[in-house]
Design a protein around this ligand. Structure first.
Ligand code: HEM
Length: 285
């Protein structure tokens, strides 16, 4: 710890690496959850904390961590993210100097790296805000919609087509839960390993409507155990999106690099940084 004898504590890279290590340790320790990891739900927490950003008004984004409060915590899109927030509470207790916004986004970085994804350069600077900074409902994407909706939502955050497709590749991780979104199942066979499988399956597999009473979703013809959301299929129905799906399906290295760039940008939307320098954290062995 690099605190000077007199001044206030100013955390340095090693202090954030210690937070990283603690989150990574807890990911291993608390493996009795879903497919064996809190990693996917941490990635989703970092995304939903950040994806409320509106470039016109400069409101939303990970600065503020306003999902701690109702009404934002109760927005339909955020159902189930309490598991992720609660998972991180002991980390906040151990490192009380870190803001929730920095903690949640750093946890998204840890989760990607520990699930064998690309390095995600990260910098601190988020400050917690109060309930008055909560964003209105409806800023996050609705999975029942099409490409027009995807472009409207991600365009509002300032992303282009290529970045939108890259970001959606995070659906290589985790699963949908009937008691959260209403949808059900994982996107691929390795939901706790970050890969380009989401794109490969979109290209190689045949997808048909799942026959069930739940919301309209797709299932794979071969095993009928995997799923795609209507917005996922929109990525191959739209010609411009599909170009990128095919690039990522073919070349995992290109996907990893372009995902990392877009995820860095996502986690930084609307944050008033005072430092240019980003940290690249060491992953666990
Ligand atoms: C899960 C929708 C983009 C990361 C989900 C779920 C839905 C959804 C409905 C299931 C939630 C549940 O029932 O637990 C969408 C839509 C998107 C989108 C409509 C855009 C059109 C993204 C992006 C990321 C992301 C950009 C991250 C960069 C995840 C992860 C999960 C997930 C990791 C799994 C969570 C878990 O296992 O608990 N998404 N998503 N999604 N999403 Fe997305």
């Amino acid at each position: 710890v690099s605190a000077k004898a007199t001044g206030p504590f100013v955390p340095a890279k090693e202090d954030y690496q210690n937070v990283y290590n603690e989150i990574a340790r807890l990911l291993v320790e608390k493996d009795n959850y879903d497919d064996g990891s809190y990693g996917p739900v941490l990635v989703r927490l970092a995304w939903h904390a950040s994806g409320t950003y509106d470039k016109e008004t400069g409101t939303g984004g990970s600065n503020g961590a306003t999902m701690r409060f109702a009404p934002e915590s109760d927005h339909g899109a955020n159902a189930g993210l309490k598991y992720a927030r609660d998972f991180l509470e002991p980390v906040k207790e151990k490192f009380p100097w870190i803001s929730y916004g920095d903690l949640w986004t750093l946890a998204g970085v840890v989760a990607i790296q520990e699930m064998q994804g690309p390095a995600i350069p990260w910098r601190p600077g988020r400050q917690d805000r109060d309930v008055s900074a909560c964003t209105p409902d409806g800023r996050l994407p609705d999975a029942s919609k099409d490409q027009k909706h995807i472009r409207a939502i991600f365009g509002r955050m300032g992303f282009d087509d290529r970045e939108m497709v890259a970001l959606c590749g995070a659906h290589s991780l985790g699963r949908a839960h009937t008691d959260r979104s209403g949808y059900d199942g994982p996107w691929d066979f390795s939901p706790t390993v970050f890969t380009n499988e989401f794109f490969r399956l979109l290209v190689d597999e045949k997808w048909g409507w799942k026959k069930w009473n739940g919301p309209a979703q797709y299932t794979d013809n071969t095993t009928k155990t995997l799923m795609m959301l209507p917005t996922d299929l929109a990525l191959v129905k739209d010609k411009e999106f599909k170009k990128h799906v095919e690039r990522y399906a073919k070349d995992s290295g290109v996907f990893f690099q372009e995902f990392s760039d877009a995820y860095v940008k996502l986690l930084e939307l609307g944050v008033p940084f005072t430092t240019e320098e980003r940290f690249v954290f060491k992953s666990s062995e």
